[in-house]
Design a protein. Structure first.
Length: 78
């Protein structure tokens, strides 16, 4: 679905393809690291004996910060 949305936005000349890539990569990074339903996060929480939501609450601020930094980096390069 993301590829379809990116293709539509690129064909409409809404944003350059490199800016769209940076945005999608930042959001993907956030989801990959902080989502408590990802298998690696669930496994890690089970191995550590804590709730997956507790792991998300600890990681989420750092993941948000990394996502914002990626967006700023993309904006500067455009």
């Amino acid at each position: 679905m993301g590829t379809g949305i990116a293709t539509i936005l690129t064909n409409l000349n809404f944003l350059p393809a490199s800016a769209l890539y940076g945005m999608f990569a930042g959001v993907g990074y956030l989801q990959g690291i902080a989502d408590p339903t990802n298998s690696h996060n669930t496994w890690l929480a089970g191995f550590a004996g804590v709730d997956a939501t507790a792991v998300m609450k600890k990681v989420l601020p750092y993941a948000w910060a990394a996502c914002v930094m990626m967006m700023i980096f993309v904006a500067i390069l455009q």
